[in-house]
Design a binder for this molecule. Structure first.
Ligand code: OOG
Ligand code: MG
Length: 256
């Protein structure tokens, strides 16, 4: 029997809206990776119907550290909306999440559309600016456990993102030290090189994978290259900061 894309989309949509943990969809239905992307797409349509606007794309599992932490070996992607944007230096409310984690990332701002397979160099020619960033991931599945199909259906755990100062597109981002701090204490240390050897590769792959899903990366969109280190669990009262060598830093605070 074909998977019921609409009802699966509704399930993940409601879990996200209500910050409610659910069982993995794969426990009760079998669906393919393509169907998982269809569920993701429909669930974002439901958010757009409630007034949200599409503002970008995030890549996932582009570093070994992330693949090892979650036990998934395939790159995945998800959709970003305006409602996911956290103001730099702002606050997030813990109550809006199931069990949020944060990971240090690099963000790209596009000034031209990108579509289909491109080289990293070509991908960078569509970049207006690069910034230190963080993604807040919040799997809607109990215990933050999932199959690759489950996590893709759940918008690849995407839940929020924050970007710091936008730097010129020719800034060297090949091998920059990245430090994730909680209340001034380093909790993860990595390098932008952990992201596929160079974050521009992630942008190029984002363009290819989006096209496989029938999408173009649009001018004005933000693309997150993927966590450079394992993610860290958030808790109330924590001041979070990601500092990327040469790019600057970005932060937020968790309130209840
Ligand atoms: C899936 C999302 C992975 C990344 O940057 O690797 C991701 C997850 O870990 O829950 O966003
Ligand atoms: Mg991420």
């Amino acid at each position: 029997m074909a998977a019921d894309i609409d009802s699966l989309a509704e399930t993940v949509f409601k879990a996200q809206r209500d910050a409610n943990a659910i069982a993995q969809l794969s426990e009760s239905e079998s669906f393919t990776l393509n169907e998982a992307y269809a569920v993701q797409s429909k669930s974002i349509d439901l958010r757009i119907a409630e007034g949200e606007k599409r503002t970008g794309m995030k890549m996932g599992f582009t570093s070994r550290a992330k693949m090892v932490q979650m036990g998934v070996d395939d790159m995945i992607w998800g959709r970003l909306t305006d409602a996911m944007l956290v103001e730099d230096g702002g606050e997030i409310s813990f109550a809006n999440y199931v069990h949020p984690r944060v990971e240090p990332e690099i963000a790209f701002l596009l000034n031209k559309p990108l579509r289909g397979p491109v080289t990293p160099l070509k991908a960078m020619s569509a970049v207006e600016a690069v910034a230190p960033a963080m993604e807040i991931i919040d799997s809607r599945y109990r215990d933050f456990k999932f199959t690759v199909e489950d996590v893709v259906a759940d918008n690849s755990s995407s839940s929020g993102f924050v970007t710091g100062p936008w730097c010129p597109p020719d800034t060297n981002i090949a091998n920059l030290g990245m430090i994730l701090e909680f209340n001034g204490r380093p909790v993860q240390i990595g390098s932008s090189a952990a992201i596929l050897g160079h974050p521009s590769r992630s942008l190029a792959i984002a363009s290819r994978m989006a096209a496989e899903g029938g999408e173009t990366l649009e001018a004005g969109w933000v693309v997150l290259a993927g966590g450079a280190t394992a993610a860290e669990a958030l808790s109330v009262g924590v001041h979070v900061r990601n500092t990327v060598e040469g790019l600057g830093s970005t932060g937020f605070k968790v309130v209840d």
